[in-house]
Design a protein around this ligand. Structure first.
Ligand SMILES: [Zn+2]
Length: 274
């Protein structure tokens, strides 16, 4: 079927394609990798801002209502935008957390005590989860999906990380668990918690003690958080800082493939241990 290869790039045809609107850029990367040019994909949260703190604008609400499918993580992740996402009709809303953890389903109207704060919401970092999410998107859009993370991609990413496997490090916020698990890396120390919140003085102090004990190689800075705290920890531990960009802030306007996004993270991660 040569449909796509002969289709001229005219906007009339573009607007006939389903529009997927995501909260964060990595979810847009997953959707685009799965359906390529058969869909339009947009994300609303500026990549340089912490999605845990982002407040939805009026223009975002317009975008949400023009979408055929809205794809977000869930109320424990896009905490301050949860109301607006939850207001999207269920027929066009895909809540990633509820697909991956169906037993812990929450809605934005639940009281905060009901939320399972222990579940790591950074689920897009697991290619296994990414594939599960794509399966659901595919059903919802009635569109066949392509492969988002091949065995070959898995293999070359693993190879890249070989020398980083035993490395100790500090991350900016506790958001790397799935990446660490998937590639069997050491779990690192983190300066901020899972929602990017600063931690108390005692925790900060213990982090420095533990960092010294483990002999960490670097402190990873995430562009969406302020640099100050990470720089201070690095200084106290006398180790360099390096950037790890889980929100794909630095990638061009064009969405990279999910494979190259994960490979990029692995490249950044291994830079700590060179
Ligand atoms: Zn986070």
């Amino acid at each position: 079927m040569g449909l796509t290869s002969f289709a001229p790039a005219v906007s009339a045809q573009d607007s006939a394609k389903p529009l997927i609107v995501t909260s964060i850029k990595p979810l847009a990367i997953i959707a685009k990798s799965a359906f390529k040019d058969r869909v339009r994909v947009e994300y609303i949260m500026p990549a340089g801002q912490s999605p845990h703190d982002y407040v939805v604008k009026l223009s975002d609400i317009r975008k949400l209502s023009s979408a055929n499918l809205v794809f977000w993580i869930g109320p424990d992740f896009e905490v301050r935008a949860a109301k607006q996402f939850a207001a999207v009709p269920a027929t066009k809303l895909v809540t990633a957390m509820n697909l991956i953890y169906p037993d812990h389903e929450v809605t934005a109207t639940d009281s905060h005590d009901h939320h399972d704060q222990d579940i790591d919401p950074h689920i897009w970092l697991s290619s296994t989860f990414a594939k599960q999410l794509v399966e659901n998107l595919s059903k919802r859009l009635n569109l066949q999906s392509g492969e988002v993370f091949s065995e070959r991609a898995q293999k070359i990413t693993e190879d890249l990380l070989v020398n980083a496997k035993k490395g100790n490090y500090v991350v900016h916020h506790q958001g790397f668990g799935y990446f660490v698990e998937e590639f069997e890396l050491q779990s690192g120390l983190s300066i901020r918690d899972m929602r990017g919140k600063q931690q108390g003085a005692k925790t900060q102090y213990n982090l420095r003690l533990e960092g010294k004990k483990r002999g960490v190689s670097c402190v990873f800075i995430e562009p969406q958080h302020g640099h100050k705290d990470a720089m201070a920890v690095a200084k106290d531990l006398s180790v360099p800082t390096t950037t790890i960009d889980i929100l794909a802030v630095a990638s061009d306007a064009e969405l990279p493939s999910y494979e190259s996004y994960i490979y990029g993270l692995a490249t950044q991660f291994s830079a700590c241990f060179k």
